[in-house]
Ligand binder design. Sequence first.
Ligand code: 5AD
Ligand code: FES
Length: 338
Amino acid sequence: MKAFKTETREDIVKLLKLSDEREIGELFAYADAVRKKEVGDEVHLRAIIEFSNNCVNDCLYCGLRKSRKGIRRYRMSGDEILSSVDNAVSLGYKTVVLQSGDDLSYGADDICRLIEKIKQDFKIAVTLSCGERPYDEYKRMRSSGADRYLLKHETADKELYTKLHPGQSFEQRLTILEWLKELGYQTGSGSMVGLPGQTADNIAEDILLFKKMDIDMIGVGPFIAHEATPLAGSPGGTAEMVLKTLALTRIVTKNTHIPATTALGTIDPMGRQKALKCGANVIMPNLTPQKYRRDYEIYPGKICVSETPDDCYNCVNNMVVAAGRSVAAGLGHRVIKK
Ligand code: 5AD
Ligand code: FES
């Protein structure tokens, strides 16, 4: 098996620019071998419940941005969320991910109460993905039992980050990621590939930042232009560039958890299957009740909008088996090897 040198930014940029099909295949095979050695053949399933599509931010790329009109905004009640969690547990999921826009009216107290109830009733891991909040809120949610938190850095290029996120700061994003680690969360970050103005150098910086910050979970997907945002009409990321980024992320970060993202499955019907073969070891199926799915439209064409939680559960189980892998039985915490 051919090994690849990925120590420096230049090494990574060179590999991101590979165009020879055979060499790309060798890179993917090497990433797959690193995945097998570092995290084994198990695939972890994380059930995502998109509990609110309200957002105080105005990210240029996102279909949930606050200035977008003509979208039905929803907020699931505590009971609705708990009933979705119950459904996830019945199906066999060992992790639920409570995800929303930056909906600060869903306060830490509400979220803490949910976490406590879930932790009391079930032996599952709870991941939160509900945006930028004050330190104290992260602390309380962690004390209530939250295990993990996802907050993508989106792009490691400060200038690009600033353009895409009016009113937000790149430094604050990184500070929050440090807080999350210090509070003992398994911490997730991630980035988009193919953002307008993004270069191969920028993508290499994303990968090096995951490594430098010792991020536990890394979600990388293509940027997909949404017609109701200021980035309407921009070309999106390609599946090939996303797969190269995933492969290099696996090689560089070794034993992290890397999902085959829904966004990749959206631009390529076989995207998630391909991702499982070049570094990915996680799938995050949608558990949002059917009636809300259409409204959580971060980008257009999102898959699984007309499916139910049961459909997605069966679909991803089949996908894992077809890839010659097995669905993990445990909670799927990141194992830190010293
Ligand atoms: N295309 C692809 N991914 C997007 N996200 C938001 N908008 C888009 C888009 N237009 C991703 C961001 C965010 C996650 C919830 O969805 O990475 O962190
Ligand atoms: Fe939803 Fe395949 S994961 S239908």
